[in-house]
Write a new protein. Sequence first.
Length: 265
Amino acid sequence: MYRFLLTRQWLITMLIALLLIPATIKLGFWQLHRHEARVARNELIGKALTAAPVPFDTLSTAPGAAVPKDLTWRAVTATGQYDTEHEFVVRKRTDSNGTIGYFVVTPLKLSDGRGAVLVNRGWVPSADDATAYPSVPAAPTGEVTLTGRLRADETSGGSGIKDRAGMPDRQFNLISTEQQAKETGATLLGGYLELTATTPAPAGQPQLIPEPNHSDIGPHMAYAIQWWLFTAMIPVGVWILARREAKDRAKQAAEAGTALAAVPA
């Protein structure tokens, strides 16, 4: 009854099914790992945002030092004066409503004289002319003490943002201490701060960046389950198709036999 499974068409069908099974299993685990990474990231952010702020110099003490993953998003404090001469903007960034504009990044020269740290002071809307420097509220003058979330330097690989050359003056695609150190010759400590508060509180500053959402785990677990359900359905589907063809062939054979029996001798 099932000798048709040895035909070329069915051998190809079963080969495709055998190849799909490990592929869909792997895709399921890929989504599972993405889920686990998302959960770990959310836990890291949640712990960092609820921890008491610590001095910046206790976490990043060397120019160009990479920010450890477990310290990313940690609330830190820093005291110094803004270096407005080396201020720049980061293109194509959105506010909480998804409106495209710029991040305003100003180096803060630390009072202890060890160097400066880049501070993302917040978001401003785009200018009418994309090549023109946007209207940016002036940074506070004099010594300030600020609180911010510690972030690692942005990279094209980590952010998916291409770092194109030929940008207008003082406009960049990424927040990178390495890039700015080469551009300005300043001594910049590793990582940057995402501003959350300033003392004394200034007026008319860029729109602060809201806390990241660390409660959404995303759809990755659901996708993993879907891939594994699809894996289980592959052999079931092949079996159903084989059963259906076997019944069709048996029916056709029975009808052919009946037709032959009805022919007069």
